[in-house]
Design a protein. Structure first.
Length: 139
């Protein structure tokens, strides 16, 4: 619980009792698992059943954190869930995650590099990134 000035306390929902995330206490402010390498490890091994279901608890269209959307999309990509991966990636971009240099080298997305829809999203991100560079680079 966090106090916000004179306002009522903000309470975040906790993971279900017995959740491995609850035992570790690693949650973000939405009560979801905080970024950790274990879901990526399990996804890379095809061990979907070992990934805490809380990781996938927020549908992409309701996700409010661009970094978390990108993170979940990468897990879906590793699992071979093309459409889910792209949906979360588009949401990440929509929420302002335009880190083109990182997107280009993040190996979690290698399975989709040749996908035309992935390439369209990356072209949009590249344009946004270049625009930022024009605006803010010190030359």
């Amino acid at each position: 619980m966090a106090l916000c000035g004179n306002r009522a306390p903000f309470e975040r929902p906790l993971p279900p009792k017995g959740s491995k995330w609850l035992r570790r206490g690693a949650t973000d402010f939405g009560g979801r698992p905080a970024a950790s390498d274990s879901p990526f490890l399990y996804a890379s091994r095809g061990q979907r059943d070992k990934i805490d279901p809380l990781v996938f608890s927020v549908p992409a269209e309701k996700e409010l954190d661009g970094d978390y959307a990108y993170w979940v999309g990468g897990i879906h990509c590793l699992l071979g869930d093309r459409q889910q991966a792209l949906t979360y990636l588009r949401r990440a971009v929509e929420m302002g995650n335009h880190n083109y240099p990182w997107f280009q080298r993040d190996k979690n997305w290698d399975k989709l590099r040749s996908d035309p829809e992935y390439q369209r999203v990356m072209e949009d991100v590249r344009k946004k990134w270049e625009h930022y560079r024009e605006l803010f680079d010190k030359r």
